[in-house]
Design a protein around this ligand. Structure first.
Ligand SMILES: [Mn+2]
Length: 375
């Protein structure tokens, strides 16, 4: 019986390219990358999609898998961009590594084309892809469950720090040459996910970095990490500091006009380093939505689930153990409507984190702000 089960897992022999035969293991088992490629062998083209505002992990994953498909199967590929790339580092990455990204709204799909989703799952509210498009593969590391019905190839590993790690495993399994561009993109994708603190990484993430680093362009990596920042970045940081209130071990910060959605994450990455708190929350208004970002320094904190509890049916939320994000569509962007929503969210955060309702202490006292203005 066991043998039959293993047989059933194998792709039909007729669609397996000869190049793949050598990569199956000695006991006849198929590697994940073999199965991924086998299902694509008869396709006319492969198009990669990721979540909105693609980040380095999704950009690197699309590029790495496109390289895998083109090298092993000789099938043309397309990389897409859902929404804008907003963060300065990410735009610099896409520019310097010469990503050819087609806006998702300009894409039409052929009948015999395969669609591969990376770093996200279908119907999680994280993309603008039409729900009727059939997806061949989902390759991801998020816990946020998507609707995977009809997806042929599913490889979701929440224990990994990045999707780029999973893609690097595929490339290592297939033992194909990796260009400097691909190695640099994957390397940066992994480092943005695992080099921060709290660190959420596995041994496989470290192995992937170890494998890619000698192949990557270290000068380009340094230029991407130190991308030039727009004026709005500093205005936003100033507002974050001035609007921050501390409630026991929680700091909450509100931004009236977030210059780009990912800056909420930059604010909490910065604030969670404050030694007097364990939790940092930032909420910012951007394009008619309230973007939420959460970080905690506590281990086993289930930040993603806690943020889902807080947001509830007001919007969408998800994430990892110590990092989470969410989004609430605003019915009204009037100051009073936003104030009410902020008050409600603050109340819910305090409840979920078991913090007594208090007035909160300003991070920067008003008299200090006034003194700074006069000096
Ligand atoms: Mn990711």
């Amino acid at each position: 019986m066991a043998r039959r089960a293993a047989e059933a897992d194998k792709p039909p022999v007729s669609v397996v390219p000869i190049a793949l035969a050598a990569t199956s293991t000695a006991n006849g088992g198929w590697k994940k990358s073999d199965r991924f490629l086998a299902g694509l062998a008869n396709k006319s083209r492969v198009t990669f999609i990721s979540h909105v505002q693609p980040d380095p992990d999704s950009l690197g994953s699309m590029l790495g898998l496109a390289h895998l498909v083109e090298t092993q199967l000789g099938i043309p590929t397309r990389l897409t961009r859902d929404g804008i790339i907003s963060r300065a580092e990410n735009r610099t990455m896409a520019d310097l590594l010469e990503f050819n990204l087609i806006p998702l709204e300009e894409i039409t799909f052929d009948k015999n084309e395969a669609v591969v989703m990376v770093d996200s799952q279908p119907r999680t509210g994280r993309h603008s892809l039409c729900d009727s498009i059939q997806i061949y593969a989902v390759i991801d590391h998020h816990e946020t469950p998507g609707d995977l019905s009809g997806v042929e190839h599913i490889d979701i590993r929440p224990n990994l720090g990045s999707t780029c790690t999973l893609v690097t495993r595929y490339l290592m399994e297939q033992d194909i040459p990796i260009s400097r561009q691909v190695a640099t993109a994957l390397s940066y994708g992994i480092e943005t996910e695992i080099f921060g603190y709290p660190r959420e990484a596995s041994d496989l993430d470290d192995d992937a970095i170890h494998f890619l680093y000698p192949l990557a362009d270290k000068d380009l990596l340094a230029r991407i990490r130190n991308a030039r920042l727009p004026h709005s970045h500093f205005e936003c940081l100033l507002q974050a500091l001035q609007s921050s209130f501390i409630y026991d071990r929680l700091i909450i910060s509100w931004i009236d006009d977030l210059p780009q959605p990912e800056q909420a994450a930059e604010v909490v990455d910065f604030l969670v380093r404050f030694e007097e708190v364990d939790w940092a929350v930032c909420g910012g208004v951007c394009n008619g939505k309230l973007i939420l970002s959460v970080r905690t320094s506590l281990h086993g904190a289930e930040a993603g689930e806690k943020l889902q509890l807080v947001v509830g049916n007001l919007g969408k939320a998800g994430g990892h153990d110590r990092r989470a994000g969410g989004c609430i569509r605003l019915n009204s962007t009037s100051a009073s409507a936003i104030d009410d929503l902020q008050a409600e969210l603050r109340r819910r955060f305090l409840k979920v984190l078991n913090i007594e309702e208090t007035r909160g202490q300003r991070l920067v006292p008003l008299r200090d702000m006034l003194q700074n203005l006069q000096s």
